[in-house]
Design a protein around this ligand. Structure first.
Ligand code: GLC
Length: 551
């Protein structure tokens, strides 16, 4: 292994998160160590050297807590334990130690908007009468209509249908996601206190930070009568903090309390908000140093491969980072969206759920174009100031598994939409580690989601052996990124056609991306990496390059 990767331990830098490359692991689909078809924590530990050789600075671990998997683990039964199918707390400590030894930080996902319906508090709430203290930890209300048989309000679940479910004694409880995910009442001091305890529990164990699920939804206006909000979309929200459900001003009081606890640690624990806010200044509130400290921006993940769109997003988000004092975040793929190698191989504006319903056949996907653009977009993203969040499998150039049979679908979106949307399983298919072992080396038994035959040539082992592979490209880019990392600014280089984005970071680090058909001449200097082959020394369509200029 390259000497550069022989790190032991972590750098003492308290600001490590500002420009980190963070790799998201969806644990049930990463590596299975105990032959049950489900990835687990020891499976990840066994791949620590793979993660080290990738050159990432941190891992973000999606939920690994006990869960019935009504929503892929985002339905948590117990916030301070490990799902027995994934391991034990000792296994967690082992994973953390292995990552730290490899110089990799660990961010864990925390899901504070809702628990699962198997959480001890929700069981207590169901067993207790209306108006009881146990029910006050969640959001229970009487129904409307003459006999209370209608939901308390028109609020809708993000996964389809009403956000209210009726219980045996006639009351209803709120769930912004599936009925198995009852929302907590964040006005309740017991809930607030308990989560501070959970933050301490994992921080004491040594985790470096938290990814905060549905941060924009935790504070709600529950005053009677409940106000109408007939769309579940958190993006359709006034920008003054007065929506009944999303991006309310009140939520920041919660995060101010969290920040005090996170700052009790040395170094302070990092936190990144999953916050769907209507404007850049509203999102910046989550990212304040007195708040969580950083917030995801999903703009690139939602954007078509278009130069104007990318250019505007980059400029807006760098300005936003300036507002909050946080660094920017960038993300192209996650466990919630169609993989970017597939998105970019489809016509712009396509309805991804309709495409998935067609089994990926209509419209046809152009995988060559999709992968070329995905690699170019990744190289562009990795050159930006701030942190980049990568999703497992994108380093292999994995495409969406669009033709999963309906019988295997796990995402609650499938059932909740009356089978009109297949949901997110296609990006959660277990990783291929080798081409020739059963189940591509992920497990020795049938994985929880089936892998397609085309995974073979994209497996880690196949790409290890190929210097031109996407995996080797990611490794080179991430290694260079560490070396080149410079102050959190960029200057745009003008004078190109509008379909070329060219900026330079301090220290002469140029990023040039060609979205258009005409080749582009590269600036003077050393071409340190390109996302695809140059043509007669010029940058062809859908290709990006980094050039280190002499001056
Ligand atoms: C977040 C997660 C998503 C989950 C939802 C509910 O958006 O990223 O996977 O379904 O929260 O917890």
């Amino acid at each position: 292994m390259n000497a550069e990767f022989h790190q032991t331990g972590l750098s003492p830098d308290a600001d490590w998160w500002r420009q980190a490359a963070v790799y998201q692991i969806y644990p049930r689909s990463f590596a299975d160590s105990n032959a049950d078809g489900l990835g687990d924590l020891p499976g990840i530990t066994a791949k620590a050297s793979y993660l080290q050789s990738l050159g990432i600075e941190a891992v973000w671990l999606s939920p690994f807590y006990p869960s019935a998997l009504a929503d892929g683990g985002y339905d948590v039964d117990d916030y301070r334990d490990v799902d027995p199918r994934l391991g034990t707390l000792e296994d967690f400590d082992g994973l953390l130690a292995a990552l730290h030894h490899a110089g990799i930080r660990l961010i864990v996902d925390i899901v504070p908007n809702h628990s699962s319906n198997r959480h001890v508090w929700f069981r207590e709430a169901l067993a207790a009468p209306p108006g009881s203290a146990a029910r006050e930890r969640y959001i229970f209300r009487d129904g409307t209509g003459p006999d209370g048989s209608q939901p308390p309000s028109d609020w809708l679940s993000h996964f389809g249908g009403s956000a209210w479910t009726q219980v045996a004694d006639g009351q209803w409880y709120l769930h912004l996601f599936s009925p198995e995910q009852p929302d907590f009442n964040w006005d309740n001091p017991e809930v607030r206190e308990d989560f501070l305890g959970t933050l301490r529990f994992w921080s004491d164990r040594g985790v470096d930070g938290f990814r905060v699920d549905v941060a924009h939804g935790m504070a709600k206006d529950l005053s009677e009568p409940l106000r109408s909000r007939p769309t579940p979309d958190p993006r359709i929200t006034p920008d003054d903090g007065t929506d009944p459900l999303f991006d309310r001003d009140d939520v920041h009081r919660i995060f101010a309390e969290w920040r005090k606890v996170l700052n009790e640690y040395d170094p302070p624990r990092a936190a990144v908000a999953e916050a769907w806010a209507p404007t850049a200044p509203r999102r910046a509130l989550y990212a304040r140093p007195t708040g969580l400290g950083q917030a995801f921006n999903f703009d690139l993940l939602e954007a078509n491969w278009e130069p104007e769109t990318f250019g505007t997003i980059i400029a807006t988000n760098l300005a936003e980072a300036g507002l909050s004092g946080a660094s920017s975040t960038w993300v192209l793929s996650s466990h919630d969206v169609v993989r970017h190698a597939s998105r970019y191989g489809l016509p712009p504006g396509v309805d991804f759920q309709a495409w998935l319903l067609s089994g990926g056949s209509s419209p046809a996907e152009d995988r060559n174009v999709g992968l070329a653009r995905a690699r170019a977009a990744t190289l562009l993203m990795l050159a930006l100031p701030g942190s980049s969040y990568l999703y497992q499998g994108e380093e292999l150039g994995l495409f969406e598994v669009a033709d999963l049979p309906e019988s295997v679908l796990q995402d609650p979106i499938w059932a909740r939409t009356g089978q009109r949307e297949k949901g997110r399983d296609g990006c959660r298919v277990p990783l291929p580690w080798t081409a020739d072992a059963p189940f591509f080396g992920f497990s020795t038994t049938q994985p929880h989601l089936p892998q397609p035959a085309w995974f073979g040539p994209l497996s880690v082992a196949s790409q290890d052996a190929d210097p031109g592979s996407t995996l080797q490209f990611y490794r080179r880019a991430l290694r260079l990124r560490r070396k080149l990392r410079s102050a959190e600014t960029l200057s745009w280089v003008q004078g190109h056609r509008p379909d070329v984005l060219h900026f330079v970071r301090p220290g002469g680090w140029h990023s040039i991306s060609n979205f258009g058909p005409e080749p582009v001449a590269l600036p003077e200097g050393e071409v340190v990496i390109t996302s695809g082959p140059l043509v007669k020394g010029t940058l062809p369509v859908d290709t990006a390059a980094w050039v280190i200029a002499d001056s």
